[in-house]
Ligand binder design. Structure first.
Ligand SMILES: Cc1cc2nc3c(=O)[nH]c(=O)nc-3n(C[C@H](O)[C@H](O)[C@H](O)COP(=O)(O)OP(=O)(O)OC[C@H]3O[C@@H](n4cnc5c(N)ncnc54)[C@H](O)[C@@H]3O)c2cc1C
Length: 566
């Protein structure tokens, strides 16, 4: 079925879809393919069009109350076909066994599912995302350690094509079981009772649609809203937009989703990330093992340094990963021509924002104004390396079979920034709620209060103590703090800013008072509503979340196939 830019209500009704997906980002698109593979007729409704559009993007301009720790909401999402697939790095990392377990040292109870429940979906998830085979560890050649307090063999895999709608273009155009309707925002739901005599609504009968183009509803050409009867609904609108939709539904039906005291919108997490120290490597083996490379399993990979379960338990840590990064490119003191050329490229007005996603650009370059002259001098001092770097990088990024995800320029001193990527612990005070302001479709916007707690900071500091002790004891390297001990906690908070990973606000659990969806990602309250999103993850792991969210979706797809097509 071709992509429908201007579907009418009559078109959509005629499809009689078995499953309606709300949102065509990486999760919605991959779920559509996976459900079609299992024999379902699916309708995928997408708020955006094929290209970016400022008015449509404004629908995501939620109000951030904590700008020191959360990027502006409209730059962490994309209201267009493909969603944040055009922004994301494409790192795929499965959650660790320890994430699913109770962790008394953190006061965490564990997930309602186990890693074993998701493992059978890993191969399909990697294949759908285009991240090669599901291989997530590889020994680091030549690195010998006496203690396993930290591991250096854990891999992150990078997708070869981050935009799911490009990867699945042919499939979307040819598969009669998938219909993708663009320019339609789902603004709410109509509820119905399932049992005679039942007083509480317990099913979604229809979705409220807002048509953004002139095809409208098939009734009058001026009418822009309509109701589409649905059978089963899976929300795949991204973490923040899905939470916002459910909060708008709760606004109409205050008892749903645990009511005002329930979990919906609370426990908002991302990651605690940044750099408070540099690392120098004492052995070439570990240094060489930590660069990007294409492995034998079909995509770029990179090793992370991670603490063992025992280390996390004994030191009272949240889950965390470390990796080295190039020196801060914005600081010309690195004297590297290639790094300065990257800085100049990323700060070119109108160009930089097209090269990488704005949150990543801001992390590397800061907000401006920019002092460019010292960077020009670096380039003039280092012309040969600069000239050879640019064509090499452009080829590997845009033309090679495997897309290089970033750059990691080695230096003879083997000194780098040490990036920490720590689990952000769930805290009800970190939350999103409805603001009084409405967007162009009439939906109430979000007010985002994204908080890091003292526990988050303490864990990051303790994790640095642990890795430093281990590196020294093994003779592998040393840390060089950028802050005095007394200022390090402030340093963590100065660094940490997120909003990209959007986790926790529709959390999965066993108790409807403390969660919104059950272990199968199904709403406790509305039997034909499911949510497949990073927002359902109850804790945030050290892992980036998209792969895990898709794995949960594939488990749901198998379950639906079993119960509907048995
Ligand atoms: C800069 C950046 C870097 C990132 N890097 C990584 C990474 O390396 N690894 C990783 O795992 N994750 C990463 N992420 C997170 C990743 O992008 C998201 O987890 C992923 O995009 C989620 O996919 P999704 O389909 O659930 O949501 P989205 O990508 O947000 O897509 C949702 C779609 O739903 C549509 N929509 C929203 N509301 C409605 C509605 N009411 N009606 C109809 N349609 C609607 C939107 O227009 C959009 O197209 C990154 C994010 C950012 C911003």
């Amino acid at each position: 079925m071709p992509i429908l830019n201007t579907a009418s209500l009559a078109d959509l009704r005629a499809l009689n879809a078995e499953i309606t997906l709300v949102g065509a980002g990486p999760i919605g698109l991959n779920m559509a393919v996976a459900l079609a593979d299992r024999g379902f007729r699916v309708l995928l409704l997408e708020s955006g069009g094929e290209a970016a559009d400022a008015q449509r993007q404004d629908l995501s301009a939620d109000h951030v109350l904590t700008p020191d720790h959360h990027y502006a909401a409209h730059i962490t999402t994309a209201r267009r076909l493909g969603g944040a697939g055009g922004l994301w790095g494409g790192r795929c990392v499965p959650c660790d066994d320890i994430d699913f377990q109770p962790r008394p040292w953190l006061g965490l109870e564990g997930w309602p599912i186990q890693k074993d429940d998701l493992d059978p979906t890993l191969e399909e998830a990697c294949s759908l995302l285009g991240a090669g085979a599901p291989v997530f560890s590889a020994p680091a050649p030549g690195v010998q350690t006496t203690s396993d307090r930290f591991q250096v063999d854990r891999l992150e895999r990078w997708v070869n094509q981050p935009r799911a709608h490009v990867k699945h273009r042919d499939r979307l155009a040819e598969d009669d079981r998938i219909t993708l309707a663009l320019n339609i925002t789902v603004t709410g739901v109509e509820l119905s009772q399932t049992e005679p005599g039942q007083t509480e609504p317990s099913q979604i009968a229809a979705l409220n649609l807002h048509f953004h183009t002139s095809q409208t509803t098939g009734q009058t050409s001026e009418q822009t809203t309509a109701q589409l009867p649905v059978s089963r609904v899976i929300l795949t609108g991204g973490g923040n937009a899905s939470t916002r939709l459910l909060l708008n539904v709760q606004d109409q039906h205050p008892d749903l989703f645990g009511g005002a005291d329930g979990a919906l919108g609370k426990y908002y997490m991302g990651h605690v990330n940044g750099q408070i120290a540099d690392i120098t490597f004492d052995t070439p083996a570990l240094h060489d093992a930590l660069t990007y490379h294409v492995d034998a399993h079909g995509s770029y990979v990179r090793r992370r340094i991670t603490p063992s379960d025992a280390c996390q338990q004994e030191a009272g840590l949240a889950n965390v990963a470390f990796w080295p990064v190039v020196p801060e490119i914005a600081k010309p003191a690195h004297r590297s021509g290639p790094l300065s050329s990257v800085f100049l490229g990323l700060t070119l007005p109108g160009i930089g924002k097209r090269i990488i996603a704005e949150p990543i650009r801001l992390r590397h370059c800061g907000p401006g104004p920019y002092a460019r002259l010292p960077h020009l001098l670096n380039i003039l001092r280092d012309p040969l390396r600069t000239l050879s770097f640019a064509p090499w990088f452009i080829y590997h990024r845009y033309f090679a079979k495997h897309r290089i995800p970033g750059f990691f320029l080695t230096n003879p001193a083997r000194r780098y920034g040490l990036e920490f990527h720590s689990e952000h612990l769930p805290d009800a005070a970190s939350q999103m709620r409805l603001s009084s302001e409405r967007d162009a479709t009439g939906m109430r916007r979000l007010e985002i209060e994204f908080r890091y707690s003292d526990k988050d900071v303490a864990s990051v500091l303790k994790a640095h103590d642990e890795i430093e002790t281990w590196l020294r004891a093994e003779g592998l390297g040393r840390l060089h703090y950028r802050y005095d001990a007394a200022d390090r906690a402030d340093g963590v908070l100065k660094e940490a800013i997120h909003g990209n990973h959007q986790e926790g606000t529709i959390r999965m659990g066993t108790d409807p008072k403390e969660a919104v969806v059950n272990a199968m990602a199904q709403s406790f309250d509305l039997a034909n509503l499911y949510v497949v999103s990073t927002a359902i993850l109850p804790t945030s792991s050290q892992a980036n979340p998209t792969l895990t969210a898709l794995q949960i979706g594939l488990r749901l797809a198998d379950h639906l196939k079993e119960c509907c097509h048995a």
